[in-house]
Write a protein of this length. Structure first.
Length: 493
């Protein structure tokens, strides 16, 4: 009996042991599965977080491209319009994964896209992909901070001639000059110190020759600074003296030698031919008294100087305005309007005329505003005409003009004399000449110029002007942009 009972208990113990082992194994397996699942989930979650961070990095890269000063924020070509597949400019490898970015321009707003791609470290799932979006609004800009110091001088680019710039007869220049080549003074021509508080500076990349009795400053009235790269001499032959001194007729508080830095800005005529508002490709949206072919000849679609001569100051008034109606409220981007009664020219933005421009009414004319006027031909002020940024007492006011408030920059591409002021004509503003600026006898010029070279005839008067810090959009030497991106907003992902 007892032996049978013991045998029965042994069988029960074995069954109990087997059941216990089964339960333990099942529990352990479930725990392992749970732990493995949690680990995969944690890895997947971490990869997801990294992918989203990479997507945000893509948005930051896209914003940086649009906000780069040299890029046109109102051009779709600034960014790809769909997800890039091969362009390494917009596909970047970062620690942790891959970044892609692109943007779609609609009117004046970019919709930015950034994508982050991360490989699952366990290899159990597909590549983790996260996308983020944001918007950047673009606002038109009509002024910029000056980017090229050349615009605070009478700047001549030409080199290689015996006299790249020749000041003749009795010319007395009191405006700062920056000459890349050789500067020659003939007869009694010279450079004089400007009235306080203006400072007069002279920078010459190569030589100065005094071919007459002229000088730079005097011992009693020295200019602020002179820097001459290769030396000075009196007469057309002989050795060069470097550094220049009072003995070689250079009188300055500071005299330096060595090559003066700088090459000068270059005007981008093709860009502004296509993008000026108003201009050949985008006529005035509101206009009166002006021809539809004022900026470009009928049927022409290329810059070819075919629009004839545009008279800025005719005997009748005209209005031309370019409005950006995609903005709310609409913004006035460009204007060229003339009031013949008040002799007032109103200017704004960038204007392009595929021809020449003339001022010829023999009157004192005043302009108002900041603008850059591109002409593929020549710019001429004829007779006794005056075009000024400030008028007082029936003439240009050389003391009241503030070029940071009112400044008309004429950018002329004509051959020969790209810009010409006739005898006794006045111009107060800024000019860029692909070739020569020619200023006739007894004419007066007030403002900076950048040219291949310039010629000043008998009794020409130049005037030192306030330091320029702000210029209209389209200024040579400044980024060719027409818009200002706002900070990104409306993030989602």
């Amino acid at each position: 009996m007892i032996r049978r009972l013991l045998r029965g208990e042994g069988g029960f113990s074995m069954v109990f042991t087997l059941l216990t082992l089964l339960v333990t194994t099942t529990t352990l397996t479930a725990a392992i599965q749970y732990t493995t699942s949690n680990s995969r989930g944690a890895n997947r979650s971490k990869a997801d977080q990294i992918a989203y961070a990479l997507a945000e990095a893509g948005l930051a890269n896209a914003a940086a491209v649009v906000q780069k000063p040299s890029n046109n924020a109102l051009s779709q070509s600034t960014l790809p319009s769909s997800e890039p597949t091969t362009d390494t400019n917009y596909i970047l490898q970062y620690e942790g994964g891959t970044v892609k970015f692109w943007g779609v321009l609609t009117g004046h707003q970019w919709i930015m896209h950034g994508v982050g791609l991360v490989t699952d470290p366990t290899g159990r799932t597909a590549t983790v992909r996260r996308e983020a979006t944001s918007t950047i609004r673009i606002m038109p800009t009509l002024t910029q901070a000056l980017n090229s110091s050349a615009w605070n001088y009478m700047f001549a680019k030409n080199t290689g001639a015996t006299c790249d710039v020749l000041l003749d007869n009795s010319v007395q220049v009191d405006a700062s000059m920056f000459i890349l080549g050789d500067l020659c003074f003939d007869n009694t021509a010279g450079m004089v110190k400007a009235a306080a508080p203006n400072l007069t500076g002279l920078y010459v990349g190569e030589h100065i020759q005094f071919l007459g009795t002229g000088a730079v400053g005097t011992s009693a009235n020295k200019i602020a600074q002179a820097q001459v790269g290769l030396g000075c001499r009196i007469g057309g032959s002989g050795a060069w003296t470097s550094p220049c001194t009072a003995a070689t007729r250079v009188n300055a508080d500071t005299i330096l030698s060595g090559t003066a830095p700088g090459t000068g800005p270059v005007a981008d005529f093709p860009f502004w031919y296509s993008n000026a508002k108003p201009g050949p490709t985008q006529f005035c949206s509101t206009y009166s008294g002006i021809s539809l072919t004022a900026f470009e000849s009928a049927g022409s679609t290329t810059m070819n100087n075919s629009a004839g001569t545009f008279n800025l100051t005719p005997g009748t008034s005209y209005t031309c305005q370019y409005w950006d109606n995609q903005l709310s409220p609409a913004a006035l981007l460009g204007e060229l309007s003339w009031n013949n009664t008040t002799k007032k020219l109103t200017v704004r933005g960038v204007i392009f005329i595929d021809g020449s421009v003339l001022v010829s009414n023999n009157a004192v004319n005043e302009y108002d505003g900041l603008a850059t006027l591109y002409v593929s031909g020549t710019f001429t002020v004829n007779g006794t005409s005056q075009l000024c940024g400030a008028v007082s007492g029936g003439a240009c006011s050389f003391s009241a003009w503030d070029p940071n408030v009112d400044n008309l920059g004429v950018i002329a591409n004509g051959t020969g004399n790209s810009v010409a002021l006739a005898n006794s004509a006045y111009y107060q503003g800024s000019v860029y000449a692909t070739n020569t600026v020619d200023i006739g006898s007894s004419a007066q010029y007030d403002g900076p110029m950048v040219a291949g070279t310039f010629r000043l005839a008998n009794s020409v008067q130049t005037h030192e002007f306030p330091t320029i810090t702000s210029v209209p959009v389209g200024w040579p030497g400044n980024p060719t942009v027409y818009a200002e991106p706002q900070p990104p907003q409306n993030y989602s992902g």
